[in-house]
Design a protein around this ligand. Structure first.
Ligand code: SF4
Length: 284
């Protein structure tokens, strides 16, 4: 589950297994990603996914001690400014030479990792060790597994660290959900999980819209999606942001293409006036 709008894809940091970093103008600094799916397994198969699954992944099990070392090392480099002397980071705009955020994401669904909760605690500990408690910590998730007690435990730890949930909602109907997220999982499970989470904490929705065989999403589908958003709020849920975005780079699936900024704005208009911040990320 990756955010698709990183503006600069500098993710190599030596031979790290779990921790990578990109400089992002949107984040205003170094955006650190923690890949909890080195095995590249995902319970979705989104046609717009940017993960290259033709190459084999690594082991499913996460070595939390190694992950901690990698993050500790990166944060030490960033906070002593040494990072900005190392290629490719040495060309970073001085205004962006700061740690902007830390995300639990990766080449699959991060909450599927059985070490998810342990990793959240470890990341919180290391962030504090470097005096970076103010740096936002997020999990990017497809919300399919929030009903699992171990995942809830991890989300509760995340909340204690002032962390944020970025949850995906790309559809309004079961059939379209199966099409654009490439899964046979029941849509109602995602809706129930989103409803549960948004009643515990304000969550952020990340909503990807794209063309399919040259056609924009059907109007009825956008209407159904907007109704799902209203349902979450109507059930007492709290949404701190809805991000509406499109494919940034050509995905492997040729049926999928980007929408225009105007089309994204039209979609956003369907959920205007609900008291939720809207963030439309069009193509630049
Ligand atoms: S949820 Fe979709 S976009 Fe995210 S990793 Fe899985 S298949 Fe890719």
């Amino acid at each position: 589950m990756r955010r698709m709008d990183f503006s600069d894809h500098r993710r190599d940091l030596g031979d790290n297994r779990y921790v990578y970093a990109v400089v992002s103008r949107r984040v205003g600094g170094l955006s650190i990603g923690i890949n909890l799916n080195v095995d590249k397994a995902c319970n979705f198969d989104c046609p717009y996914c940017q993960v290259d699954r033709r190459l084999p992944g690594g082991p499913r099990e996460i070595d939390v001690a190694v992950l901690e070392q990698e993050l500790d090392h990166l944060l030490a480099l960033a906070t002593t400014d040494e990072l900005w002397t190392i290629a490719p980071f040495d060309t970073t705009d001085p205004a962006l030479r700061r740690v902007g955020d830390i995300s639990l994401a990766g080449d699959g669904e991060p909450t599927a990792a059985k070490e998810f909760s342990e990793v959240v605690s470890a990341v919180g500990r290391i962030r504090a060790r470097h005096g970076l408690e103010h740096v936002p910590l997020s999990v990017l998730t497809n919300a399919t597994l929030f009903h699992r007690p171990m995942v809830r435990e991890g989300l509760e730890s995340l909340d204690r660290l002032n962390g944020r949930i970025w949850a995906k909602l790309d559809a309004g109907t079961e059939a379209y959900f199966h099409q654009v997220d490439g899964t046979k999982l029941p849509f109602q499970r995602v809706l129930d999980n989103l409803s549960w989470a948004s009643q515990q904490w304000p969550i952020m929705l990340q909503c990807m819209f794209h063309s399919w065989d040259g056609q924009a999403p059907p109007e009825a589908e956008i209407g159904a999606w907007a109704q799902r958003v209203r349902d979450l709020l109507g059930a007492g849920g709290s949404l701190s942001e809805i991000q509406i975005y499109t494919v940034a780079r050509a995905p492997a699936d040729p049926r999928v293409g980007p929408l225009t900024s105007a089309q994204l704005q039209e979609i956003a208009a369907q959920v205007e006036g609900l008291g939720v911040r809207l963030n439309v990320v069009g193509l630049s």
